[in-house]
Design a protein around this ligand. Structure first.
Ligand code: ADP
Ligand code: NA
Length: 330
């Protein structure tokens, strides 16, 4: 029996993953190992599209992989590897670059957002072609399903367009993937700025719940979360963004629905809510954090696992690339 192939990845662009990455990506990825043939990647080639420090990147790549494993991604079952260890990603990206229209790439809204932050002169061409590398990541593995958040849907659309274009020009080669929306995964917002999503690239980390922070630091950040001058604990993103975010986080970490929580907190204060959010987050994160630190304490063993998994990935990717090279006339 063959299970549907699923591919996803995250950039090693911070020292740790945050609560949004955990709820929006890592936790669903762990569950999706059942019933799918999953490939999970640490996309370090993507991480150099913005300025980076080499030693930091190397440490973050290991730490990201360790957090995947600690959260429950099983490298004996799913393929869990580091993108730069499989050269076929860069090689296929070049071929796909050559069939992508300049205007088509220019319509990617994430590039527009990210380059606007950096200024168009300092934004790299790599950042511009980032979605094409992402298409290569997906297409190398015969991926059927790509679990993505809203912000990446446009990139999966581009991937589909490129796969179809290549197939019609050069003959059936690629599986055309579908974006995969599991159940509505919660979007977590910044604790200090609850209008913006929690993000590794936020200007301040005061509002970010990091998976690898000390429990006391996490609890303190949650106690300091922005709320409002009212007293009522109810979900209302427009009027009560901070409180709504705390309810969302508690719901995601406890499994209780938001309406059930609203009921529970009738007549109670924001302090109670924050205390419970902190407890739920710390309870979930502590074992994952401890396991991550154990894995990072033995880098040779972690590197061995990643290298063995890169070999498994290469075996699939090289086959696809060989077909592509043959089709284009190499
Ligand atoms: P970041 O903005 O922190 O760099 P990424 O863009 O690398 O995060 O996202 C990696 C994964 O984590 C994606 O699948 C994305 O959907 C998920 N994710 C990121 N931030 C959040 C968030 N605040 N809430 C829910 N999911 C998130
Ligand atoms: Na990002």
């Amino acid at each position: 029996m063959t299970l549907p192939r699923l591919f996803s990845g995250m950039q090693p662009s911070a020292d740790a993953l945050h609560a949004g990455n955990f709820i929006g990506a890592l936790q669903p990825w762990v569950a999706l190992q059942d019933g799918h043939d999953a490939v999970y990647c640490v996309v370090d080639l993507h991480a150099i599209t913005v300025p980076q420090d080499p030693a930091t990147l190397r440490a973050r790549t290991r730490a990201t992989a360790a957090q995947y494993i600690a959260a429950g991604i099983d490298p004996a079952r799913s393929i869990l590897f580091v993108q730069s260890q499989v050269p076929a990603h860069a090689e296929l990206a070049w071929v796909l670059n050559s069939i992508t229209g300049f205007g088509e790439a220019g319509r990617m809204t994430q590039f527009k957002d990210k380059s606007a932050k950096q200024g168009s002169d300092s934004a790299s061409v790599g950042l511009f072609t980032y979605p094409i590398l992402m298409a290569a990541d997906i297409l190398l593995y015969g991926t059927e399903l790509v679990p993505v958040g809203d912000d990446q849907k446009q990139h999966v659309e581009l991937t589909r367009d490129l796969a179809n274009r290549f197939n019609s020009r050069f003959g059936e080669t690629f599986v055309v993937p579908e974006p995969f929306i599991t159940k509505e995964t919660a979007r977590i917002y910044d604790l200090q700025n609850p209008e913006s999503k929690m993000s590794k690239s936020a200007e301040s980390e005061a509002g970010i719940i990091w998976l690898l922070d000390e429990p006391s630091k996490t609890a303190k950040k949650i106690r300091s979360a922005v709320t409002d001058t009212g007293r009522e604990i109810r979900f209302d993103r427009g009027e009560k963004a901070g409180v709504s975010n705390l309810l969302t986080i508690l719901s995601a970490f406890s499994g209780d629905s938001v309406p059930v929580l609203e009921e529970r907190y009738v007549g109670r204060g924001y302090g109670d809510l924050k205390k419970d959010v902190a407890e739920a987050v710390v309870e979930t994160f502590t074992p994952v954090r401890e396991r991550t630190l154990e894995l990072l304490a033995d880098p040779a063993e972690l590197d061995r696992v990643l290298s063995a998994n890169a070999d498994r990935a290469s075996e699939i990717a090289e086959k696809t690339l060989a077909t592509v090279y043959d089709r284009v006339g190499f």
